[in-house]
Design a binder for this molecule. Sequence first.
Ligand SMILES: [Zn+2]
Length: 287
Amino acid sequence: MPRLQPYTLILLLIISLPALANRFANVEINATPLAEDLYMLTGSGGNMAALVSDDEVILIDAQFAELADKINAKLVELSDGKALGTLINTHLHADHVNGNSALKPKRIVAHANVLKRLSADESFPRAGLPTETFKTQLSLNLSGQTIRLEYLPPSHTDGDIIVWFEDKNVLHMGDMMFEGRFPFIDLNNGGSVRGYIANVAYVLANIDNDTKVIPGHGELTDKAGLQRFHQMMVKTLAIVEQQQAKGLTNEQIVEAGLGEEWQNWHWNFITEQRWINTLLQAEPLTQ
Ligand SMILES: [Zn+2]
């Protein structure tokens, strides 16, 4: 590579800095109607949902602070001028909570473990910390709308909730579902491979063929999509366990790969290699 002259470096900086600072400049917030008063919202980061009640908007997840003005503008548009009241965080990851304070909700609801972990992160704005927490289940009646927040045992992290819009047969799964791609299981924040698979099976047993399923990442899906996701995890875990039973080392298992059938699930964040490395950390089965 040729040595860059100082002016070339300066030129590169001038070109690239605004692009870096402004990586959200061209992001649009798009709304997909799912039922009366209920929308799935996409922008950059975890998928959101917005529910319009008689006197406020309830938002599930917050994406990034840089998008807060655009998100609030979309909420005003969808609700004929109502403001964001209740913000619910499905879990602690930045692409779901970074916008918490910038969105300026009246209150923020999350699982107790989300507050615990975000409080311990000194770089997280105090104004964005959850103001109300719960441990197992919380039903909210919000002037004409009801939702039920349900904690599921450690899986993606140890603080994930799913949000049931029961009267509309819609479910927001947060990062308990990555549609069409290998999931991220955050073992450093209390996640669990077997817990994740078990939680997805639990949800499958509690929805029907008409349920609309909002995944944390990827396209709006349904029971069949969640079934495919569950099968992928069960079968790829079985592949890894068979290789372990044959006595292969972790390196050899990664080297061997999962085979052609699962290539479409590979993406830039969770590559096939990273997914195998996650599966290799599945807890031993207790018998
Ligand atoms: Zn996440």
